[in-house]
Design a protein around this ligand. Structure first.
Ligand code: SF4
Ligand code: SF4
Length: 483
């Protein structure tokens, strides 16, 4: 074990305040216990006060605090730090110690399982029936079921297998975390003389932090920092944003699929359904027409047919664009299709995680700040005046956040340009391949530009923000909580 390590300047453990936040085990443990207590309390509160009229606290904790801030904002900056304080991961470390420690069967051991659970189990259900997770009781039941599943998996299978493949946001976190500007590794010179490997022993995930730098990949690391407590040679450094995406590393197919499916299910479907759904000509779009057609044919009350249709078209367009673009790129580069698909697919990472920040920040000022403050006052029975929103949707300055959509596009292009250089081909071939492999990025750019054009040209719809009969029942506030 190394007791002292001279640290580099960019090592977060060496930086005042940040070093304390990420290395002080008492602080980290207090934070974990606090988050677990909040998680349990929000569930209990949701059961005690099951309706939206009597309880906003539960949904605020899960959909205004945990999802946009704990997950999206931290993921794009410091990386997968949410996992370090996640209630499931925290409990899992103790459960797995006295569990059966079996090997995860192949059918569950694929990280695509978690991605599909997120897309089908959450987003598909959300678009079909937007109220599904919006009431306090529904959110409470959803997290009770997820907690029960995680406990069973942590108890039966070894090495935190639940986090590696079943957790609906685990693979997503691993993939999108690569966009961040931090990396965990070790001081190579110090590790050379090590014979005890305490960092690896301390890792409940059975990972070897001393291999991360060489592999340019932190694999399934959840940034729990247990290894940094076991050995001083562990580092947590500030690096160039997305630095690992500019290097070659062992590809995780599920991560690329997470980028594609989540971009389709969240960024593109939301643009079709919620943003363009507010334009005066919303009924003319193909997803609206198809949704209305479905509604006529199936006519089950309460379902959001335009939401289902928007998701269907977003998936169809996204997957077709990526497949056809990558196919042409592989032909032009004269390389194997799968190799091109998964190598270049990592360039899609910034689209959702950076582009999505535009909504996150805008909704913080318009909704989340006041929702969180009022929700916590309600949850902890604080008798004070209602907190007002920091801005209204009409405030022009909020448009500044839309710049993040364009930053996401530029960022994705840069990664694509760097990763295309992993292939050997002429400059002309690489340039042509770049354009085709970037079809999804170009489409996302076009979509954002079109949204601005559509509102300027046709104006906003006069009635509800969403023309679906089912969706009209929901307040715009409810819809925006989840973005
Ligand atoms: S992978 Fe999932 S369950 Fe595991 S720590 Fe991260 S968020 Fe929590
Ligand atoms: S490598 Fe370190 S920080 Fe990563 S999961 Fe293992 S113990 Fe936690």
């Amino acid at each position: 074990m190394v007791d002292y390590q001279k640290r580099d300047k960019n090592d977060i453990f060496n930086i005042p305040v940040l070093g304390f936040l990420f290395k002080n085990q008492t602080f980290i443990m207090t934070l974990r216990v606090g988050v677990l207590a909040l998680f349990i309390y929000a569930i209990v509160f949701g059961i005690m006060y099951p309706t939206k009229e009597e309880n906003i606290f539960t949904t605020v904790v899960f959909w205004s605090l945990f999802w946009p801030f704990f997950v999206v904002v931290t993921l794009s900056t410091f990386g997968r730090v949410f996992c370090g304080i996640c209630p499931h991961g925290f409990m899992g470390k103790y459960i797995t110690k006295f569990g059966l420690k079996k090997k995860m069967p192949k059918v569950f051991a694929n990280p695509i399982v978690g991605v599909l659970l997120l897309v089908i189990g959450f987003w598909l259900v959300y678009y079909i029936y937007p109220q599904a997770y919006k009431t306090p009781i529904a959110a409470a039941i959803f997290f009770i079921i997820l907690t029960a599943i995680s406990i069973v998996f942590f108890y039966i299978y070894k090495d935190m297998g639940y986090c590696k493949s079943i957790c609906p946001i685990g693979t997503m976190m691993g993939g999108f975390g690569k966009v961040s500007f931090t990396t965990l590794g070790t001081y190579e010179e110090t590790c050379k003389s090590c014979t005890t490997f305490e960092c690896a022993d301390a890792c409940s995930y059975n990972l070897k932090p001393f291999t991360f730098d060489k592999r340019a990949n932190m694999v399934d690391c959840t940034l729990c920092m247990d290894c940094s407590d076991a050995c001083e040679a562990v580092s947590f450094k500030l690096v160039k944003p997305s630095h690992s995406l500019f290097k070659k590393f062992q590809i995780q197919k599920a991560e690329v699929w997470a980028f594609i499916l989540i971009t389709a299910a969240i960024s593109i479907t939301m643009s079709f359904h919620h943003a363009l759904g507010r334009v005066a000509i919303a009924d003319e779009y193909i997803w609206s027409k198809f949704g209305m057609f479905l509604q006529e044919k199936i006519a089950i009350i309460g379902l959001d047919y335009i939401g289902i249709s928007a998701l269907f078209f977003a998936m169809l367009i996204t997957i077709s664009l990526v497949y056809s673009g990558m196919y042409v790129a592989s032909k032009v580069l004269n390389e194997d299709f799968k190799k091109v698909f998964y190598t270049l697919g990592y360039a899609f990472a910034p689209i959702f995680i950076i582009g999505g920040l535009s909504h996150t920040y805008e909704f913080f000022f318009v909704h989340h700040y006041s929702d969180i403050a009022n929700g916590f006052m309600q949850g902890f029975f604080i008798d004070a005046d209602k907190v007002q929103a920091l801005a209204s949707r009409k405030d022009g300055w909020l448009k500044i956040f839309t710049l993040l959509n364009y930053i996401a596009v530029i960022w994705a292009f840069i990664i694509m340009a760097k990763r295309i250089n992993f292939f050997t081909a002429s400059k002309v071939a690489k340039s042509v391949a770049f354009v085709f492999a970037s079809s999804l990025i170009i489409f996302y750019l076009f979509l954002n530009a079109y949204k601005v054009y559509a509102f300027k040209t046709y104006g906003a719809k006069k009635s509800a923000h969403n023309h679906s009969p089912a969706a009209k029942k929901h307040t715009s506030n409810e819809v925006k909580h989840i973005r």
